[in-house]
Design a protein around this ligand. Sequence first.
Ligand SMILES: [Zn+2]
Length: 394
Amino acid sequence: MSRSSRRYNKPPQQSNGGSLPGCDRVRIPRARVLLLGLLSVLVLAVVLSVYLSNDTSGGHGSRLPAVDLVKDRLSHKPSKVSVAQIRRLASLVDGARLWETHLRPILIERLPGTRGSLAVQQHIASTLSSLSAGWSVDLDSFQSPTPRGQVTFTNVVAVLDPAAPRRLLLACHYDSKALPPDPRAPERVFLGASDSAVPCAMILELATSLDAQLRSFKQQKLPVTLQLVFFDGEESFEEWTATDSLYGSRHLAELLANTPHPAASPHATALQAVDLFVLLDLLGGPDPLIANHFDNTARWFDRLISAEKRLHRQGLLMSHPSEQTYFRKDVYLGPVQDDHIPFLHKGVPVLHIIATPFPQFWHTLDDTEENMHRPTVENLTKIMAVFLAEYLGL
Ligand SMILES: [Zn+2]
């Protein structure tokens, strides 16, 4: 596995039809130009009719007749929590529960399609199902060819209110990477504590600590809800390629793009309902630097910076030397290939919360519980709790 293959992959090259050998771009036959013109008119007519039918379809959906998803997403305003609310949110995050109850059961080998994977799926699904907020939990299972033959993958997907028009999506991957054993210690297996057991445990702790708030939030039947996704098959089996990696996220992005979401409008898909795709990865080690990756979601990255500063000023973060320790706009080490890619390519706004540079134990047998830094994990979870409370207005 080459570190750079995942770390600093260049964005996909734009295809350049004109540079193909033997392709003459100048001499396009006139009939083809006419046909192209006719086609454009046809496409315009279809787009217009879809727009008009959207506009006049009052009565569809239980709460809102037709929502302009993009407009509502762009104009979405976070609430600003008070100092008292910040203190309350921080006090709800329980570091011991995060570690003992949520994280420990994930710290096993969990290769796709194995018993370990099944145990972790059940742990995630049963944790969410036990909460009072009332999550709808689904297992999205599918098969895919891999360099190791046909493998069964399962994404765990939970949504608080399936009937809400829009969704804030919070995601991580729960599969572990197949690493060759260490000849000196053949019994050791790769546990992927930061990659991504800790991010999964953080999401479970967020759902648990905010359970009462999420329950009353759901009862208000607001236009935005929370969706949690625990991806399977993020890791490649061999060298990272476009087809050997991101099995779960490629599958789910396609599935959501083909799933109607009438709660938003008669022609909306579940993918268009995603306001923002927030991905946690490679978290758990000490001193993470988390950079902003996308201009179109920079205002949400600013909310993370602000949450970190406000928690720091209240003395609510441990082992946290300055008010801006983790979330930084002055560093950028290049794009990272991760589960957001299939969503990004389909136009979904992404907030990528990942430590760059990668932790030094990345993709080694040392990505273990012992090398995690509990105060950092707790701090990041508190920051995310404030972020969620503000985004959703909890
Ligand atoms: Zn990995």
